[in-house]
Ligand binder design. Sequence first.
Ligand SMILES: Nc1ncnc2c1ncn2[C@@H]1O[C@H](COP(=O)(O)OP(=O)(O)OP(=O)(O)O)[C@@H](O)[C@H]1O
Ligand SMILES: [Mg+2]
Length: 333
Amino acid sequence: MWKLAIDLGSSMTKIYRADTSSGIVLVEPSCVAVAGEEKEIRAIGKDAKNLIGKTAECTSIVYPVYEGEIVSLRLASAMLKEFLSRVGVKSSALKRAQILFSMPCGASERTQENYRLLAEECGLKKVYFVETPYLTAVASGGAFSESDPVFCLDIGGGVTNIAVVSTDGIIAGVSMNIGGNNMDANIQNKVARVNGLRIGALTAERLKNEIGSLSPAVRGTMVAEGSSVESCRPSAVSVQASDLTDCIRVYADKILEYASMVLKKLPAEVAATVNRNGAYLSGGVMKIPYLAQYIGARLEMRYQVSEEPQYTAVLGGGAIVRDKDMLSAFAKS
Ligand SMILES: Nc1ncnc2c1ncn2[C@@H]1O[C@H](COP(=O)(O)OP(=O)(O)OP(=O)(O)O)[C@@H](O)[C@H]1O
Ligand SMILES: [Mg+2]
């Protein structure tokens, strides 16, 4: 019987197979290319992302899971069905497969209902839902028990989850619609303003991922291509890494405000444990050099960054779906 953990991230979908030793079996952009008024599906996942900015006007790229919410059930289910088939799950096996979905911290009833509908659309019957902080806490590998809560902070493409969680429940937590996408949009605006170049979302993301840094001694440049703001003609400019710092830091600062709010809500004993254990940081955005140091310094707290931060949630999901006890402790069905 198939046992899968699925993280339908705003940017990337990750699938972990737990009934064998396969581990992560799929990592693909969570997007679909659609064409025409009927929004007919043209491509899914990496094939769709490759089309961004290169297609005729009648084709557009849709992210059916936007900021943690399923915004198009039709496209989300087409995408998930395709991913399940790419992983090798035959349609006859869907009914019996055990599937764990990650959900944002404090997901509303409506969000949960949408996930249930999505599972139903895909022919999945044995589904479990776990809020992201449990997944990251399990993946942290540190002490995680009723008396040993973990402070988790996960910054993804569209959502940041911040929570203090013990095996007993989420003691304090919040999820908010801030993530790498906001930083990318900020970079697009800044490059237009400072360099006079209009760039696409993919180029902005590449700038962030390749030269973005919060290092106080940030250096480096990268050539970006786009169209000149002035002449509207194709053009290329060299972008300074130091110009990107602000675009990243404003959102890091917003996230820190929320992190402080969560920490202020803690009962004294929990606060003491959290202070002793430090923060566990994850999510793809945490790959930005010096972001973790910045967060640790501002929170005045020890921290640990997950080894592969973008996979933390799905690795935790894999560990939970494999273990009957953890599944019954953390999952809603
Ligand atoms: N090397 C890198 N440097 C900086 N940012 C990166 C790097 N690699 C990926 N990212 C960013 O991490 C984000 C994706 O992270 P992740 O996969 O954790 O998000 P997600 O799970 O898809 O989304 P969410 O959790 O918000 O729903 C994107 O904004 C991406 O640009
Ligand atoms: Mg995520």
